[in-house]
Design a binder for this molecule. Structure first.
Ligand SMILES: NC(=O)c1ccc[n+]([C@@H]2O[C@H](COP(=O)([O-])OP(=O)(O)OC[C@H]3O[C@@H](n4cnc5c(N)ncnc54)[C@H](O)[C@@H]3O)[C@@H](O)[C@H]2O)c1
Length: 292
């Protein structure tokens, strides 16, 4: 997009972290905003802070629901007329070994992180393609865990690799249209994502929370990268140094790069003991024949 001034942006997961920082940054560049989140209170607080009057609307919705997206699309179009920028950011995670995931955990993570992104594009793209300004952009937030497979994050990695594949395919379909798309792989960002995660192992969650508090960049770094990607029409964005390093490792050494990168990550995130315990539980409950 050539400009963000007087364009309308829909941001999901806008009540916290990366979504909130992106909403603030877009407001500062003169965007109209449709802010979406399942949490009403922090969303209302952000709206009160931004003071954009009718140039801002808030929508409490669950992005994993197709019906919610249909209602949301109607609400947003009637409030703003058009949407030019869609930032599919809402996301959740589960900090558990695959063995400890329940069926609900799997559906929750895939539902919000992957289906939420796909439904958002599916319901809004037809309208975006017909907008009157002749340009528009979609930003889908993946993760560096959409590049590297990490233990305790099987469902999250499945969803974020999915967002990456979906966005890369969509980019090819959108060639020659007024809409383009970016996939973002941030790396560790200090937000409440781990605090909001579902986890059975308090120690694993605490270690992960500590990592996300200390060894990470602020969400404003991702907001700036998103705005730069939209204005410069970048198809792919990495944000932290670790994200660049892990991405390079996987490209240079596609076979063993994952294991080496993960070993380094586990050390920094202090996840080793909790994952060893989970592996031991898997082995203990496996059928006797499989252990022989
Ligand atoms: N924090 C990181 O290190 C990091 C790294 C890479 C990618 N990401 C991704 O960035 C995105 C934003 O996460 P964050 O770190 O800012 O986390 P966060 O927990 O601070 O914010 C996520 C927001 O999404 C909202 N949300 C969750 N489920 C929803 C649903 N079903 N419908 C509507 N809204 C919902 C939450 O209420 C919250 O406001 C996510 O997609 C996440 O996977 C985060």
């Amino acid at each position: 997009m050539k400009t963000l001034a007087d364009r309308t942006a829909l941001v999901t997961g806008a009540a916290s972290g990366i979504g909130r920082a992106t909403a603030r940054a877009l407001a500062a560049r003169g965007c109209r905003l449709a802010l979406v989140d399942r949490s009403a209170e922090p969303l209302a607080a952000l709206a009160a802070e931004l003071q954009l009057g009718p140039r801002l609307s808030t929508h409490v919705a669950d992005v994993s629901s197709r019906a919610a997206w249909e209602a949301l699309t109607e609400e947003v179009l009637s409030a703003h007329g058009e949407v030019h920028l869609l930032v599919n950011n809402a996301g959740v995670t589960v900090a558990k070994s695959f063995f400890d995931h329940t069926a609900e955990d799997l559906e929750w993570v895939i539902g919000v992180n992957l289906m939420g992104v796909i439904y958002g594009c599916h319901t809004l793209l037809p309208h975006m393609l017909k907008n009157s300004v002749g340009e528009g952009h979609i930003v889908n937030i993946s993760s560096i865990f959409g590049v590297v497979g990490v233990p305790s994050q099987t469902s999250y990695c499945a969803s974020k690799f999915g967002v990456r594949g979906f966005t890369e395919a969509l980019q090819e379909e959108l060639r020659g249209t007024p809409i383009s798309a970016t996939v973002v792989h941030p790396g560790g960002i200090s937000t409440r994502i781990m605090h909001n995660a579902r986890a059975d192992d308090a120690e694993l969650q605490r270690n992960l929370e500590r990592f996300f508090e200390r060894k990470t960049l602020p969400p404003e770094a991702v907001a700036d990268a998103i705005i730069d990607a939209v204005l410069a029409d970048k198809p792919r964005v990495l944000v932290t140094r670790e994200a660049y390093a892990l991405d390079a490792l996987k490209r240079l050494f596609p076979v063993w790069g994952n294991a080496v990168g993960v070993r380094a990550l586990l050390k920094t995130m202090r996840m080793g003991p909790a994952l060893d315990a989970a592996r031991a539980r898997v082995l203990a409950s496996a059928p006797a024949r499989a252990r022989e």
